[in-house]
Design a protein around this ligand. Structure first.
Ligand code: C5P
Length: 253
C-alpha cells in the first residue's frame, strides 16, 4: 500500500486518540471492566445497538465518568425530524461521535446537522462529530440490486459520501478498501472512520476486506475501529498498545 494521504484537518490528538475500541459486550459490568482496563490506551469507546439496548444511557455515562469518550454507533435512519431529535439526545448525552445512514437522504442529514448545531448553541454543549454510514460492509452488489440500486458497491459508497459532504456531515464510516477513493472525492477536511482493521500480529480469521492499522492510516483513515483483536487478547492492554505503536509508526515522517 503506497498511498499516503495527508490527514484530515479536523481530527485532533496523537496516535492513541485515533484508536476506537468497539465495546461489543452484553452487559454494563463487562463494559466497565474493559473501560477501566483500556481508558488510558484508546481514544474512544464505540457503543453499538446491543450494549446500548441492554444497558441504556447509563453505559454512556459510565464511560464519560471514567474519563473516556464515546462513539455512539446506532446508525439512525428514519424521517428527518425523528433522526434530528434522536441526534439532539445523543448530543445531550455528551457523546463525541454518532452516526446516521447517508441513504436516509440529504434532508435527513441536513436537518440533523441543523438541530445538533441549534442544541449546542442554545444549551452550551460540546458539538459531537456527525458521521454517515454509506454502504454496510456486509452488502454485496447483488444485495444492492435487489433493493433497486443499480450502481456497484464502490459507486454507491462514493455517491453517498458526496451526499454526506453536501449535507455538511463531518465524515463517514468506511471500509478499508474505500478509504483512498473517499479521501480523493471528499477532500482533507472530511473524517474517515474505518472498521475492518486487523493488527499485523493476528490471524485474519473472520474478516475478508481488512487492512492492518498502518495500512488503513496510510490510506487516509483518521480513526480505526478495532474490537475482537483487543477484547479477546490475553492482555487487552498490550494488544491496544501494539496497535497504537503501529499507528505511530505509520504516521512517523
Ligand atoms: O471485528 P471487530 O470486533 O474488530 O469489529 C469492530 C466493530 O466494527 C464492530 O462493532 C463491527 O460491527 C464493526 N465492523 C464493521 N464492518 C466490518 C467489520 C467490523 O462495521 N467489516
Amino acid at each position: 500500500m503506497s498511498l499516503s494521504w495527508p490527514f484530515s484537518g479536523v481530527r485532533q490528538g496523537g496516535a492513541k486518540s485515533r484508536l476506537i475500541f468497539a465495546l461489543d459486550v452484553g452487559s454494563l459490568a463487562e463494559a466497565e471492566k474493559l473501560v477501566k482496563l483500556l481508558v488510558k490506551e484508546v481514544g474512544l469507546f464505540k457503543i453499538g445497538k446491543q450494549l446500548f439496548l441492554h444497558a441504556g444511557p447509563p453505559v454512556v455515562r459510565m464511560v464519560r465518568d471514567r474519563g473516556g469518550e464515546v462513539f455512539l454507533d446506532l446508525k439512525f435512519h428514519d424521517i428527518p425530524r425523528t433522526v434530528a431529535k434522536a441526534a439532539a439526545e445523543a448530543t445531550r448525552m455528551g457523546v463525541r461521535m454518532f452516526d446516521v445512514h447517508a441513504s436516509g437522504s440529504l434532508s435527513m442529514m441536513r436537518q440533523t446537522v441543523t438541530e445538533v448545531n441549534r442544541v449546542c448553541r442554545n444549551e452550551g454543549l460540546r458539538r459531537p462529530k456527525i458521521l454517515a454510514v454509506t454502504v454496510l460492509t456486509s452488502l454485496t452488489r447483488d444485495d444492492l440490486r435487489r433493493v433497486g440500486v443499480q450502481a456497484g458497491v464502490e459507486g454507491q459508497v462514493v455517491r453517498l459520501a458526496r451526499l454526506a459532504r453536501e449535507a455538511s456531515m463531518d465524515g463517514v464510516v468506511a471500509s478499508p478498501l474505500e478509504i483512498a477513493r473517499i479521501r480523493k472525492e471528499c477532500g482533507r477536511g472530511f473524517l474517515i472512520v474505518t472498521p475492518g482493521v486487523r493488527p499485523s500480529k493476528t490471524n485474519w480469521d473472520d474478516q475478508k476486506r481488512v487492512l492492518t492499522p498502518a495500512d488503513a492510516i496510510r490510506s487516509g483513515a483518521d480513526y480505526i475501529v478495532v474490537g475482537k483483536p483487543i477484547r479477546d487478547a490475553t492482555d487487552p492492554r498490550s494488544a491496544a498498545r501494539d496497535i497504537v505503536a503501529e499507528i505511530e509508526h505509520a504516521t512517523a515522517r
